[in-house]
Design a protein around this ligand. Structure first.
Ligand code: NAG
Ligand code: NAG
Length: 292
């Protein structure tokens, strides 16, 4: 190699390292754009993933459904896992209002597709102003403690990694609270208003799925979602999906020796969570709905 190309190569490496470092330092402030998933960290995390084994070859919904169904969740609440389960059991692709290039090459070819050619459409946003965008909605709700922690991990390490302990102690100035504490409190507001908005502003039918129930009673919960979608699957389809239910997207359990949440955070989380549960109770009472 000539000196010039060695120099260019070295410069490239330095730039790459800088962008990674910048990315790791910025997530607290750049959180919004990171939801769009086109971050380099996600790419790096995905590289190590094995390819997904599908029960059957994925296809588009045909004929397209006139009812577009939103799959709503706060980030870090299992949206990708539920999309994975739905694709396993139906063989139909799921869409998203985002373009996550990492997901697109790892089993979710319908990223950035939001029409009736997909089974459901992932969103982390409040209900859109155009009232006809989504005809109905599945709301996947996880307790805010775990969801906020999972999303914090994702911002630091991509879809399957975990943030280092030091990330929870970072401060932007000596006298302030940790960035993590600021992050928890602001995300709690986002978590609460997302659910509040869907349950109070969205006009179409809503099916609520609690992430914790999806984990403990996967088969029944998935069947409930399919009923809501009016989508019939065979016993064999369901058995196959359950055999592969783990998938490749679940984060390994960690942090057993360390709880990043303070008593004040737990208190705020509990208050916010019970307010949302009350909204849901009220919704169920007034809509006579057969949510699970
Ligand atoms: C997403 O889809 C829209 C509409 O089909 C298209 O205009 C846009 O370029 C797509 N975005 C990406 C990042 O591919
Ligand atoms: C399922 O069928 C019912 C009854 O026909 C209909 O009202 C509802 O909109 C359908 N749901 C979806 C998601 O297509």
């Amino acid at each position: 190699m000539s000196r010039r190309s060695i120099f260019l190569f070295a410069a490239l490496i330095v730039m790459l390292y800088f962008s990674i470092i910048l990315f790791m330092l910025s997530p607290l402030h750049g959180a919004k754009s990171a939801y769009y998933g086109n971050s380099y960290m996600n790419h790096f995390a995905y590289r190590q993933l094995p390819q997904v084994v599908w029960c059957k070859e994925l296809k588009w919904r045909s004929p397209p459904s006139p009812n577009v169904v939103a799959l709503v969740s706060y980030p870090g609440s299992g949206n990708t896992w539920l999309r994975y389960l739905l694709q396993q059991v139906t063989g139909v692709v799921t869409g998203s209002i985002y373009m996550d290039y990492g997901l697109r090459v790892h089993g979710f070819p319908a990223e950035n597709i939001t029409d009736g050619s997909v089974l459901v459409v992932k969103t982390h946003e409040i209900p859109p102003l155009e009232s006809d965008k989504f005809k109905s909605a599945i709301i996947l709700m996880r307790n805010p403690r775990d969801a906020i922690l999972a999303d914090f991990n994702r911002l630091h390490k991509g879809h399957i990694g975990t943030a280092p302990k030091s990330a929870f102690r970072m401060k932007s100035s000596e006298y302030k609270k940790t960035d993590w504490a600021t992050y928890v409190m602001s995300q709690l507001v986002v978590w609460e208003s997302l659910h509040r908005m869907w349950f109070t502003k969205f006009q179409g039918p809503i099916h609520i799925v609690f992430y914790e129930v999806l984990v403990s009673e996967t088969r029944n919960t998935l069947q409930g979602i399919l009923n809501f979608l009016n989508y019939t699957v065979s016993e064999t389809d369901m058995d196959c999906a359950m055999k592969h239910k783990e998938g490749i997207y679940r984060r390994k359990k960690k942090l057993q020796d360390f709880d990043p949440f303070t008593p004040a955070m737990y208190k705020a989380i509990e208050v916010s969570r019970s307010r949302v549960l009350n909204i849901i109770k009220y919704y169920q009472k007034t809509h006579n709905s057969n949510t699970q």
